[in-house]
Design a protein around this ligand. Structure first.
Ligand code: SF4
Ligand code: SF4
Length: 413
């Protein structure tokens, strides 16, 4: 099969997806309590851009009451997938699962455009060696272009200010023998290798044996959110094989990946490790008091990614970990109850709304020495927004800050 100009996967939605949409939408009592929490509804005051509206649009499309038109697809595409609605819903509508199945339905029943074809090609390409790093380099180059416009202004604005890709300090290495945890690096390993190294340093400092399977790949979130359930399924299968029986726990450093692995890990056959966001693992499952950190007299503003806040049960473990650094002033980034707009590839697809959401956050960062985010997509998006505003505040992963305060590697203490 050619990599680009992909064919439409199927014209028929899966019976399981249709059943899941109906079951989820049946739970919605149309109370509207989710509406004030939805950024796209707040921005537009359009019911079709609200969780309640999207639930009923998808139900109507599943029942064949509404045709799958470009306008209907746009209302679903505008959804950030932040799941602020799911968190507050008194009827426990599983909005995330409904959205994933709904997007698969729209892929099957909607028109197949060149944009869809390219999006499918890109979600397939993320597991190719160097693909994500190459795409990132291209995005940075586009963002720095000047002169006659060859790049749409919205897209150019979205990628302007992206930070340089860090040079790898050293290659991943696992421990010989039985491991305590398997480390998930996913498809962004080339972009956040220093964070992977920091994670291994911290785990080793706590006496945790780490295994980093080479055969792992993307968690499947990108494909699932794009409506390509078949690609997402294959990516999950690959990870199941890579991680089954390797260690009792699987830790992910990017909260978006942790949320996706956590959700689908429950479907996996026995032998698949229990999935943790790494901050929770460090605080709950290690002898964290053994961590000897040097003081840091800086103000750290913590951005709460939606995946931690709304899908993984909260963000407190990030704060608890950072609070162990003597002298550090750890504060919440004001506006933490709202999505930053990164949302997977949303910042590329809907640059104007994504930038408005990020700019509101970064204005709130004034006075901080460092902003931290546990999700790489949010960190890159916020970093670009700060650069565009001319504000010189680095955006780091929390583990980088913690690892920086560990004794030097050759220090026997
Ligand atoms: S809060 Fe839940 S039940 Fe109420 S409208 Fe929103 S999704 Fe439906
Ligand atoms: S996931 Fe976020 S953007 Fe989408 S409907 Fe829910 S609150 Fe709105």
């Amino acid at each position: 099969m050619p990599l680009f100009h992909c064919q439409k996967p199927s014209d028929d939605p899966s019976p399981e997806a249709l059943a899941a949409i109906r079951e989820a939408s049946d739970r919605c009592v149309a109370c509207g309590l989710c509406l004030p929490h939805c950024p796209t509804y707040g921005d537009s005051l359009n019911e079709n851009e609200s969780p309640r509206g999207r639930i009923h649009l998808l139900r109507a499309a599943a029942d064949g009451v509404l045709p799958v038109t470009p306008a209907l697809i746009a209302h679903i595409d505008h959804c950030l997938g932040c799941l602020a609605c799911e968190k507050v819903c008194p009827s426990r509508v599983p909005y995330g699962a409904l959205l994933e199945n709904g997007r698969a339905l729209l892929t099957a029943k909607g028109p197949w455009t060149w944009r869809r074809s390219w999006r499918r090609a890109l979600t397939r390409a993320v597991d190719l060696p160097g693909a994500v790093a190459g795409a990132y380099g291209l995005a940075r180059a586009l963002g720095s272009l000047s002169g006659p416009q060859t790049v749409p202004m919205g897209l150019k604005g979205a990628v302007r200010g992206l930070p340089a890709r860090p040079r790898p300090a050293r290659a991943d290495r696992g421990d010989a023998g039985l491991a305590d945890v398997a480390l998930f690096r996913g498809c962004t390993a080339d972009l956040d290798r220093p964070v992977l190294n920091a994670a291994q340093r911290i785990l080793h400092a706590l006496g945790v044996r780490v295994h980093v399977p080479r055969a792992q790949g993307c968690c499947g979130a990108l494909a699932a959110h794009a409506g390509f359930a078949d690609i997402s399924f294959r990516q999950r299968q690959r990870n199941r094989q890579a991680f089954a029986g390797r260690a009792p726990a699987l830790v992910a450093i990017a909260s978006g990946c942790a949320a996706e692995l956590h959700r689908h890990g429950r479907e996996a056959e026995s032998g698949f490790p229990e999935v943790y966001d790494i901050h929770r693992y460090l605080v709950e499952r290690t002898e964290i008091d053994r961590l000897a950190l040097s003081p840091l007299a800086q103000t750290i503003a913590v951005h709460d990614p939606c995946s931690l806040r709304n899908s993984l049960g909260g963000t407190r473990f990030v704060y608890e970990l950072l609070a162990r650094i003597p002298g550090a002033r750890v504060m919440e980034l004001p506006g933490n109850d709202a999505c930053c707009g990164a949302a997977g590839d949303y910042f590329l697809r809907e640059p104007a709304r994504a930038q408005a959401l990020a700019d509101a956050k970064t204005r709130a960062a004034a006075g901080a020495d460092i902003v931290v985010s546990a999700n790489i997509g949010c960190a890159l998006h916020l970093s670009a927004a700060l650069t565009r505003q001319g504000v010189n505040i680095p955006v780091w992963h929390p583990l980088l800050v913690v690892a920086q305060q560990l004794p030097p590697l050759d220090d026997p203490c």
